[in-house]
Design a protein around this ligand. Structure first.
Ligand code: A3P
Length: 303
């Protein structure tokens, strides 16, 4: 364990958000955490659609959530594995146990390599990740505030942020995909076709859903509905002044291509160069923009 600064803790080459760790022993022992065959992990690099996927999984697994007959927050149904660990004992959680995590492939519990437990890895085009992360880092007291995009982009491209280098995270998971039972989902495809994405996820999870269920899930997992749903939008965390630094929301904009409004031509070219160099042999597809019409519409949303 090495403290990089007030906010980052490096463990085995990976930067954790130290301010969000409340159980160091767990971090040091999580590789040996006992995995059950029906465990499901949502794994993401920060700002890639974690809470969205938590919402989708919660709706898939819990009829009470779909029907709104129970008022439980998604974070309580699908807790973070390594961060702000709830007082609950993970070992005693009813199965299937659902978790969310930002861990790199080499730090997750070894038991995931039995290939029985499932992983849903959600990735997002890294320019939008960068923009989303920039807003987030200034929003949360837990993160290091940044003066401007230039400064944050520098940190992001050096991997001096929680989650370390985006390129390493995605490459690691992609190259080791055969060691795990893993489904890759793309944020932009979820955005383009939420219904197909829900079906893809539920089929991977071997959960049968009625037409009505699918409709209920898609409806409650849209950006607008999640934004106004206190169970899903994480606003409660931001109501706590100890956490919130400025005005803002977890559910900020939820669009594809917002980077175009934030990056200068030079910043974009620099990013492209790094991306091409680092990703040339990773054959994953990326979507950088969906269509102008949608973005024009969405850019009118205030945040
Ligand atoms: P923006 O900051 O670009 O709006 P994470 O949960 O991994 O921290 O990711 C947060 C990002 O996912 C935020 O992006 C947030 O708005 C977006 N998001 C959350 N729910 C969404 C949804 N239902 N549809 C689209 N984007 C969503």
């Amino acid at each position: 364990m090495e403290n990089i600064n007030k906010y980052l803790l490096n463990y085995k080459g990976y930067n954790f958000l130290s301010t969000a760790i409340n159980d160091i022993d767990f971090i040091e022992n999580m590789e040996d955490f006992e995995i059950q065959d029906d465990d499901v992990f949502i794994i993401t690099y920060p700002k890639s659609g974690t809470i969205w996927t938590q919402q989708i999984l919660s709706l898939i697994y819990f009829e009470e959530h779909r029907n709104s007959t129970e008022n439980v927050k998604t974070i309580d149904r699908i807790p973070f594995f390594e961060y702000i660990r709830p007082k609950m004992d993970f070992v005693k959680r009813p199965s299937p146990r659902l978790f969310a995590s930002h861990l790199p492939y080499y730090l997750v519990p070894k038991g995931l390599k039995s290939k029985k437990a499932k992983i849903i890895y959600v990735y997002r085009n890294p320019k939008d990740v960068l923009i989303s992360y920039f807003h987030f880092t200034n929003l949360m007291v837990l993160c290091e505030a940044m003066d401007n995009m230039e400064q944050f982009m520098e940190k992001f491209l050096e991997g001096k942020v929680a989650g370390s280098l985006w390129f390493d995270h995605i490459r690691g998971w992609y190259e080791h995909r055969h060691d795990f039972n893993i489904l890759f989902m793309m944020y932009e495809e979820m955005k383009k076709d939420l219904r197909s994405s829900v079906l893809k996820i539920s089929s991977f999870l071997e959960k049968e859903l009625s037409e009505e269920d699918v409709e209920a899930i898609v409806k409650q997992a849209t950006f607008q509905n999640m934004k106004s749903d206190p169970k899903a939008n994480y606003e409660e965390i931001l109501n706590n002044e100890l956490w919130k630094r400025t005005e803002g929301h977890f559910m900020r904009k939820g669009v594809v291509g917002d980077w175009k409004r934030h990056l200068t031509v030079e910043q974009n070219e620099r990013f492209d160069k790094v991306f091409q160099r680092k990703m040339q042999d990773v054959p994953l597809k990326f979507i950088w923009d969906i269509n102008e019409e949608e973005n024009q519409f969405n850019s009118q949303i205030t945040y």
